[in-house]
Design a protein around this ligand. Sequence first.
Ligand code: F6P
Length: 357
Amino acid sequence: MKKRIGILTSGGDCPGLNATIRGVAKASYELIGNDIEIYGIVGGYTGLINGEYKEMKKPDFSGILTQGGTILGTSRQPFKQIQVIGDDNVDKVSNMIDNYKKMKLDCLLTLGGNGTHKTANLLSQNGLNVIGLPKTIDNDIYGTEKTFGFHTAVDIGTEVIDRLHSTATSHSRVMVVEIMGNKAGWLSLYSAVAGGADVILLPEMPFSYEKVAKAVLQRKKDGHVFSIVVVAEGAFSKDEEKMKRKERIAKRGCTTVTPLVVKYIEEKTGIETRSMVPGHYLRGGTPSAYDRVLATEFGVYAAQLIKDEHYGVTVALKNNKITHNKLEDIAGKAKPVPKNHELVKAAKSIGIEFCEG
Ligand code: F6P
């Protein structure tokens, strides 16, 4: 059965993209046969808009399991802008459809996060055969328990917190760590619990500055010489709850709340406080064993979907089983950390403070 498969990776890179590409390709050769043709679209949707792609052969999919980032390159093409024709006069959606047809693709695989899935759904509604694969260190894609990339980032976040304990204890300091995750706090929550943090501030639970200082002082009273505070990139205080992100940034004078948290803790508690922002370090390097396995399983499942010509869907993990969701059912939906999530409850049970305002 001859099939032409296009693959692209879109949005922020993460560990496991190459492992997924490899999984899809190897399983497609096995399940569908050696006369499949695979085209790598360069630089995400931008490559599809501009018609930049390359034919890939079997050897291209070897030796990439452990490689970080994406061999195809990626870019951000914000969904809000995708249907907008800008000064360059490029109709991005029409171009993508035209290029899909010019490439004579039977299907398009889109590896990405929430924005990627919204565009994938749009392309699917425009008649393209699309299969999504859930990628992001944020783990915030609706309809799947896990995304690939998340587990590795949790490992890295945990190591960062582990290592900060040395200076925190030696210098009797408060160490504030900012962990990526703008809209959802999964990565902060998991890294903080695994790393043994004392305070966690999540976007899902607007915090009170007073409670943060109180939690730190209480630890001192209890005889602890240090505290570790994890701040999710998108965390905000109760006072900022009603504001849009842009307003918050303008009012703060800084993008994230971390510098303000540091200043407040130091002023209110008198304890020396330092901050650390691992940033893109959390997304770098080789995927964990768990992510390699998940990426491979996702890839194999996607190959079966291609064989079955089952399109307009995205691969997912539900009840610990690999399955799929319709793109139209998940696109545009969020997956925030529920306030009563088991891990939130477990964290509270061991005395970790969320300092909700
Ligand atoms: O989507 C993954 C992510 O790393 C988020 O956690 C973070 O908010 C964002 O991407 C950063 O984006 P960029 O790499 O474009 O700065």
